[in-house]
Ligand binder design. Structure first.
Ligand SMILES: [Zn+2]
Length: 415
């Protein structure tokens, strides 16, 4: 029964994804011939068509990627891939902890290897074709090795402690594992600005005094304590621009991509930051963290129940091993298959995210100039070749940010 349910969800997922992608491609191509009237004075036809082609090219590769992922999932589960790995590792390794870690490691390694051609294609073909890629093959290899090193450094202790908890703390393991998970996430957030991010990028204090003063004044006006303004050499990897907040409490800093600062003037940078401060003022980041930790607890309960149900393994193509712990197997099965069922909640998450974006825009319009934010947004859409004419259905399903036209209309009403 569960096998059929799983197949039904998987097929409908894929059908829905492909349908949405083809809608998006059709819609963008239909509007490729002319710049929408609202942007006609700010964006040239050439830029508009480049954005359309970039969007379509991204959609096409994502369609191939999604179908591949679904095939890999079926390969691991119903076609017996996981069963094979589990048995082989069972013959090879006697130590139960090592055996279980090896199973999780093998699955992650295989997923990584399958994903690699896509990430290479995207960076060196797709992004390069539209002039975004600045990454050299050498830097790509270096980045990948660093990511691998960090994943092992943090991942092995995390997974080992969760496996130990699952095997040794009885039915209350959910609370312990959840505690570890929350602690781990907070640790990463804390280490990110000072330890992790500098492994990949150079951060230098912002040396534009006029801009620094404006931003300090804005932060003060908004009641936001700030310990530093940094510029990151994002241009080493990509021409896409961005800005973000990082760090806790007193160690809070703002990071600008150098690519953003070269394009926006002081008013526009101030407006973009006021938008980010809007997220902070409305406690969006805190709320998201609470939602994510609560969901983690729900999922942990679900996993603790499923891991004791023989049908959960058997119906997904694996026989649990008798007399040996199957916790790693349960973890892998759960994390591989759960997205098939949660995919249907995507529009809900997107809706909440877009609501937050509108709130942050309103806040920015109150603190600075709405016009400056509009002109910053138009530049960013243009520079990032983001489409101005997304398909409404695709957009309401996936988009974390409202479509450009709606966002700008809304700002103009509040400005
Ligand atoms: Zn935002």
């Amino acid at each position: 029964m569960f096998t059929l349910l799983f197949i039904a969800f998987l097929l409908s997922d894929i059908a829905l994804r492909l349908w949405l992608a083809s809608r998006q491609i059709r819609h963008v191509l239909q509007h490729r011939a002319a710049v929408p009237a609202e942007f006609a004075d700010r964006i040239g036809l050439h830029s508009h068509q480049r954005a359309a082609d970039y969007t379509v090219a991204k959609m096409r590769i994502s369609m191939i990627e999604r179908v591949t992922e679904a095939a890999v999932l079926v390969g691991f589960t119903l076609l017996g891939g996981l069963q094979f790995l589990d048995l082989q590792l069972g013959y090879l390794i006697d130590n139960e902890m090592l055996r279980q870690l090896a199973l999780i490691g093998a699955v992650l390694a295989l997923l990584g290897i399958i994903g690699l051609p896509f990430s290479i294609w995207k960076k060196f073909k797709l992004e390069a074709r539209f002039g975004f890629n600045r990454l050299t093959p050498k830097l790509f290899v270096l980045d990948s090795l660093k990511t691998l090193f960090l994943s092992l450094l943090f991942g092995i202790p995390l997974v080992a402690s969760i496996l130990w908890i699952m095997g040794n703390t009885g039915p209350n393991w959910v609370w312990w594992a959840w505690g570890i998970w929350v602690g781990f996430n907070l640790l990463i957030l804390w280490l990110f600005p000072t330890f992790i991010a500098p492994l990949f990028n150079k951060f230098t204090p912002l040396d534009n005094r006029a801009m620094a003063q404006r931003i300090q004044a804005l932060a003060q006006r908004c009641g936001f304590s700030l310990s530093g303004l940094f510029v990151m050499d994002g241009s080493r990897r990509s021409a896409h621009g961005n800005a973000y907040f990082t760090g806790f409490g007193k160690a809070r800093r703002i990071v600008f991509f150098d690519t953003l600062l070269t394009r926006l003037n002081v008013d526009e940078v101030e407006a973009v930051l006021a938008h980010e401060l809007g997220h902070f003022k409305h406690k969006h980041i805190l709320k998201r963290m609470i939602v994510s930790f609560s969901l983690a607890l729900v999922f942990a309960w679900l996993l603790s129940w499923l891991s004791t149900q023989v049908w959960f393994y058997v119906q997904l193509g694996v026989l649990p091993q008798l007399g040996r712990p199957n916790d790693a197997l349960a973890l892998v099965l759960f994390f591989l298959t759960i997205p098939v069922f949660t995919f249907w909640f995507t529009p809900l998450a997107s809706w909440f995210s877009r609501r937050d974006e509108f709130q942050a825009d309103h806040y920015a319009a109150q603190q600075c100039s709405a016009d400056a934010l509009v002109s910053a947004l138009v530049k960013l859409y243009d520079d990032n070749a983001a489409t101005l004419t997304p398909d409404p259905v695709h957009s309401s399903f996936y988009d974390s940010h409202p479509p450009a036209v709606l966002r700008i209309q809304n700002l103009k009403q509040h400005g």
